[in-house]
Design a protein around this ligand. Structure first.
Ligand code: BES
Ligand code: ZN
Length: 881
């Protein structure tokens, strides 16, 4: 910034800016905090050593919801005995900044800004907040921080942007019986009667969003890595055994990533802790990672296989951030995807190493699918997204940053090869350690390491939104490809990509690989002619689904692929891909529903969990749409789907076979839940029988954790407003368990009754103190497919309460979950009307995307109504047996 401009203008110039001015930058924070856990307030003081690099009479930094008395601010230039008092301290709430004006120019060079302040330990799960737990039957408060993306400013005045890295020296004043934790180890504790002062070691330079402080009473388990890093898992008192699994995973992961990134874990310790009230799944604070209980704790008896996998993946994800994010940090939120996309991708790499039998790379395809779905909207955004206001940041912690981000990294890794990819990454980490980086910097490192045109290739994926569908035709032995942007609405976008094409022909032993740049191209592939002569000839593009595009085959090739699936010629990932692409094309009106239904039938001998689970969720989505489009056909559709699923259920059974694998455990839950939702009587009866035993004896082997959710959902199918016993029994289980994963299983099933009145009652429970705000979304997600309108009505009625009580990603989930499933244009209009006056910057993107989804559903409903042969085909499918 021009020095003269800074001098002459007043404080006005700093308002309404996307970023803080650069003329002063922090080097070191000496931060002292004294939370009052009973009164839910805190007092604090901070001394910031900073460098002034251009003449100014102002210091501008972030602060929000803090009381800063004008007399409590001073600036002491180094090498001078003077202490400057400001003439004015202005708090600008809408920009969350503090403008400190002095009546003389600050000397260039170092100085110390001292500020004393006060704040509230809020109940919003961000900034410095309180979480409630029980100790010996008594309710207690703990004090916790959650700063990402931009809430450190709610705890202490600071330069709250990722590129202003500084050293932190933290001191806490807390009640003596509490444990005080922060990023670094304790250097000294001074007890003074009922309070103690805890001094922490100074941190390496780091961003404000990674600072953390926790005060409460906990137990822990501890282990050391082979490098001597101390790792602990803190839990509620009495629950430390539940921390053992995460501890084991963490110890292994720290060593794996040290090797992978070729840089040791930079801090002396790693603490991980379960927080009872937590907005997201987990947070990678440097050296003090916080988690939801469900994402950290594992109970040998009462946690399910899905819970175990979740813990492993989340731990790996957060520990990946210790390098990718914490050591090397994005320069600005535009590059958030570097953090999240990368951590997501590498968490699968870790999980695959530790648990190869989980086939996590096949499961990864669900990540890609979620990315595909969001990115097929006109209202999507590029991976690298402009961020001009703090309110816009929360919304980009979305499927584009995480899942498309992870998917394009996977695509690049498989294009470049694992070894080159890893070496280049290690070089990147080394080059930008203790510093910040942009997307460009990563591409540069990979381009150097590989000699491939990484920038050109990747720009087309990260700087423009959307992705292509490759249309494939085979004529006279020539392969014709063309690419168009895929949109779920069925319109054609204008995007073009550099697409790494991989192609298999009749076998996986030889793959064709090339970059497809243009709009169209003809390819004379050697071997194609020969292969074409074979019986059962097939071609599959995007071999093993490692790239982020869809494929649409001509009719002949599509039917050959279906045959290849029936005869078990394709890999699990490719079986998944063919189904997912066909489903997406069908929804966009590019293929008929009847061909999708025929394709589903081709999976009758499916053996892979992820593929069958995807066939199940696809089927349930079709049923939901059909309930609107052609309710009279629903009976036949359900019969077809039940006939399809029943043999799997018979084979698998309710009871685990001894020594049986993880994926069977996952499948059992998914399969029985689906059958219950489809109203399969045998499933419902068996579930109710087992449930009743469980209700009397929570240790019964008849209802192991893997099938509990299925049983709860099945039970709820029998509940209506005049017979609510099942609902009450579930509430009893909810109230009696002290395991979060159990609570979530119950919450997720309460609204799954087909009776709208029961659904309403379940939704109202969200508003009661009995459900923690962090868990509200589970009830919403469980709303039965017939009751979507009830949920929408309920949302409108309670909107004021919801916006007052929820913020950040939790608030956006309310909108997505309730609006997106609606499927008529009337509902779309209604939603538009409702949000017209209620959309603030923090939900604008979500509202737009959700309404677009309604329009797409409505279109799919209409095109389904137009499928003349649907009734006959369904009848035939339903009566095949
Ligand atoms: N950095 C995020 C936590 C976060 C999310 C902070 C949203 C602020 C807003 C963390 O690393 C994360 O990504 N957590 C995930 C879990 C992960 C396994 C995908 C989450 O919270 O869901
Ligand atoms: Zn993350």
């Amino acid at each position: 910034m021009a020095a003269a401009a800074v001098m002459e203008q007043g404080a006005e110039q700093f308002r309404g800016q996307a970023r803080l001015p650069q003329f002063a930058a922090p080097r070191r924070y000496d931060l002292r905090l004294a939370p009052d856990l009973a009164a839910c307030t805190f007092a604090g003081s901070v001394a910031v050593s900073l460098g002034v690099s251009a003449p100014t009479r102002f210091l501008v930094l972030n602060a929000a919801e803090l009381d800063v008395a004008p007399g409590a601010v001073s600036f002491a230039p180094q090498d001078s005995d003077k202490v400057l008092q400001p003439v004015e301290v202005t708090n600008v709430p809408e920009d969350e900044i503090l403008i400190i004006r002095f009546n003389e120019e600050l000397p260039l060079g170092e100085g110390t800004l001292a500020i004393a302040f006060q704040g509230t330990l809020n109940d919003k799960m961000h900034g410095f907040y309180r979480s409630v737990y029980e100790l010996n039957g008594e309710k207690k408060n703990m004090a916790v921080t959650q700063f990402e993306p931009a809430d450190a400013r709610r705890c202490f005045p600071c330069w709250d942007e990722p590129s202003f890295k500084a050293v932190f020296k933290i001191t806490l004043e807390v009640p003596s019986e509490n444990i005080a934790l922060s990023n670094m180890p304790v250097v000294e504790e001074k007890v003074n009667g009922s309070t103690k002062i805890v001094y922490f070691q100074e941190s390496p330079i780091m961003s404000t969003y990674l600072v953390a402080v926790i005060v409460g009473i906990f137990d822990y388990v501890e282990a050391f890595t082979t490098d001597g890093t101390r790792v602990r898992v803190y839990t509620q008192v009495g629950k430390s055994a539940q921390g053992k699994f995460a501890l084991e995973v963490a110890v292994k992961t720290l060593i794996l990533f040290k090797d992978y990134f070729a840089v040791p874990y930079p801090l002396p310790k790693m603490d991980m802790i379960a927080i009872p009230d937590f907005a997201s799944g987990a947070m990678e604070n440097y050296g003090l990672v916080t988690y939801r209980e469900t994402a950290l704790l594992f109970d040998e008896k009462h946690s399910a296989a899905a819970n175990k996998q979740r813990v492993a993946v989340v731990v790996a994800h957060e520990l990946a951030h210790q390098w990718f994010g914490n050591l090397v940090t994005m320069e600005w939120w535009t590059h958030l995807w570097l953090n999240e996309g990368f951590a997501t991708w590498v968490s699968y790499l870790a999980a695959d190493q530790f648990f190869p039998e989980w086939n996590v790379w096949t499961q990864f395809l669900e990540e890609s699918t979620t990315g595909f779905k969001l990115d097929a909207l006109a209202g999507s955004h590029p991976i690298e997204v402009d961020i001009n206001h703090v309110d816009q940041i929360d919304e980009i912690f979305d499927a584009i940053s995480y899942r498309k981000g992870a998917s394009v990294i996977r695509m690049l890794q498989s294009y470049l090869g694992a070894e080159i990819f890893q070496k280049s990454l290690a070089a990147y980490i080394k080059r930008f350690a203790y510093s910040n980086a942009k997307t460009e910097d990563l591409w540069a490192a990979l381009e150097e390491g590989s000699g491939e045109p990484v920038r050109t290739l990747m720009h087309s994926w990260t700087k423009q939104q959307g992705y292509p569908v490759i249309n494939v035709k085979l004529t006279n032995g020539k392969l014709q490809l063309d690419q168009t942007q895929f949109l779920s609405s069925g319109s054609t976008g204008v995007g073009q990509w550099v697409v790494p094409i991989t192609l298999c022909c009749c076998s996986y032993s030889r793959q064709e690989k090339f970059l497809f740049h243009g709009k169209q191209g003809d390819f004379n592939l050697s071997g194609l002619m020969e292969c074409q002569k074979k019986d059962g000839f097939w071609i599959k593009l995007n071999a093993n689904q490692t790239s982020f595009y869809r494929v649409s085959y001509d009719e002949e090739l599509a039917s050959r692929l279906r045959y290849a699936i029936e005869t078990n010629k394709l890999s699990a990932s490719d079986r998944y891909g063919v189904l997912d692409d066909t489903y997406a094309l069908c929804m966009a009106g590019k293929q008929k529903l009847v061909s999708l239904l025929h394709l589903i039938a081709a999976y009758k001998d499916e053996t892979e969990y992820t593929v069958l689970a995807h066939a199940i969720s696809t089927s349930l989505n079709i049923a939901e749409m059909m309930a609107v489009a052609a309710p009279e056909e629903l009976g036949n559709l359900k019969k077809f789907l039940i006939d399809f699923l029943e043999p799997f259920a018979k084979k698998l059974g309710w009871d685990a076979k001894s020594g049986e694998g993880h994926l069977n455990a996952l499948l059992r839950g998914t399969l029985f839940t689906a059958l219950a939702e489809l109203g399969h009587e045998a499933t419902i009866n068996e579930a109710v029988r087992r449930f009743n035993v469980f209700l009397e004896d929570r240790e019964t082997p008849l209802l192991p954790p893997d099938v509990r959710k299925a049983a709860y959902v099945a039970l709820m199918q029998t509940v209506n407003k005049s017979n609510k016993a099942g609902y009450e029994s579930l509430l009893k289980i909810y109230r009696e368990t002290d395991l979060s994963q159990e609570k979530v299983r119950v919450l997720g099933s309460l609204a799954s009754s087909p009776d709208p009145d029961v659904v309403r009652e379940a939704l109202d429970l969200i508003l009661s103190p009995e459900v923690r705000n962090q868990d509200a979304i589970f009830v919403l997600r469980g709303v039965s497919s017939g009751a979507q309108e009830v949920a929408w009505q309920w949302l409108k009625e309670n909107w004021d309460y919801i916006t007052e009580s929820f913020s950040g990603t939790l608030l956006t989930y309310f909108v997505t979950i309730t609006v997106s499933p609606l499927a008529t244009d009337e509902k779309g209009d209604e939603a538009e009307e409702f949000f017209k006056s209620r959309t603030k910057a923090n939900i604008a993107r979500t509202v737009k995307q959700s309404i677009e989804r309604v329009r797409i559903n409505a279109k799919w409903v209409k095109s389904t109504k137009g499928e003349a042969d649907l009734g006959n085909v369904l009848k035939a499918l339903a009566h095949k047996h």
